[in-house]
Write a protein that binds this ligand. Structure first.
Ligand SMILES: [Zn+2]
Length: 292
């Protein structure tokens, strides 16, 4: 297990012995965005080279694929996508790339929620769903590289055990926020699964995608709602322009919280280089703005 995995998997799990394979013999895996790439790295360990099409910090909803992306997909031996309509551009790109590699739909088997009339693709915001993602990615790796089966199974089991601890952290963090404060505004509707699972309400001027700009009427409605329901805080998002939220906070007097990571990890050196760090960052920000 490499150093990044060691930091991510919770400290109670001993590192599993893996052989370090030469660069050329590793399985090349392309994930559509950074959160899936992190999952694939945790399970693949040293046997797999993982890269993401949409780099950390960028918004996958509105991504414009490049010719180089088609080349990278064409060269991959395993492709991992979210599904649920998250990557509206992926079908065309797959076709253009001529990719022959199997495509793992990480969300397959998740019970989809709907938000603002559309399927909500942000299923990774609930730990039970992430366990499904991990199982799907593990099975994709097993099929693509049966020689690594033992390692993939062990890494996935260790990661899932770590997720159980992370879920306890989430529940404790939510518990520490007074019930009447568990209502916040975010730029787009990215936390529906988190809200439904852990008891929190997230209200957003944009829908489940960032593709459309909210109308003046949408923003006015949110401002009325914040005032009427005394919603305590407005949060920024790492993939969205902060100005709309800054304006809403200024007009309503709601507290301006920190930055939540919704659809992307942070670039190296940031506070959310892995999924586990992303969840912990979000819990810290929620606690700092809303906690007792
Ligand atoms: Zn989103």
């Amino acid at each position: 297990m490499n150093e990044i995995s060691r930091r991510a998997v919770l400290a109670c799990f001993a590192a599993l012995p893996t052989r370090t394979l030469a660069q050329g013999s590793r399985l090349s895996c392309m994930a559509s965005f950074s959160i899936l790439a992190d999952f694939a790295r945790r399970i693949g360990g040293d046997r797999v080279d993982v890269a993401a099409l949409v780099a950390p910090g960028n918004d996958a909803h509105v991504y414009n694929p490049t010719p180089d992306d088609a080349r990278r997909l064409g060269a991959a031996r395993l492709i991992v996508v979210n599904g649920l309509g998250f990557e509206g551009w992926i079908e065309r790109l797959l076709k253009a790339s001529g990719a022959k590699a199997p495509v793992v739909v990480a969300s397959a088997g998740v019970k989809p929620l709907r938000g603002s009339g559309h399927i909500d693709p942000h299923a990774w915001q609930s730990i039970d769903n992430v366990k499904i993602y991990i199982a799907n990615i593990r099975d994709g790796l097993l099929k693509a590289d049966p020689d690594g089966a033992e390692i993939y199974r062990a890494n996935a089991a260790a990661y899932i055990a770590g997720l159980d601890l992370l879920e306890k952290e989430i529940r404790a963090a939510v518990e520490s926020i007074p019930r009447e404060k568990r209502r916040i505004i975010t730029t787009h509707d990215a936390f529906g699964y988190f809200g439904a699972t852990y008891g929190f309400s997230f209200i957003a001027p944009k829908g489940v995608s960032t593709e459309t700009e909210p109308s003046a009427a949408d923003v006015a409605k949110i401002i009325r709602q914040i005032r009427a329901e005394k919603i305590p805080a407005v949060f920024l998002e790492n993939v969205s322009d902060p100005r709309l939220m800054q304006r809403i906070a200024a007009e309503t007097g709601a507290k301006l919280g920190g930055t939540l990571f919704s659809d992307s990890l942070s670039p190296a050196g940031g506070p959310a280089v892995t999924y586990v760090e992303m969840v912990r960052n979000n819990l810290r920000e929620l606690g700092a703005a809303l906690g007792r």
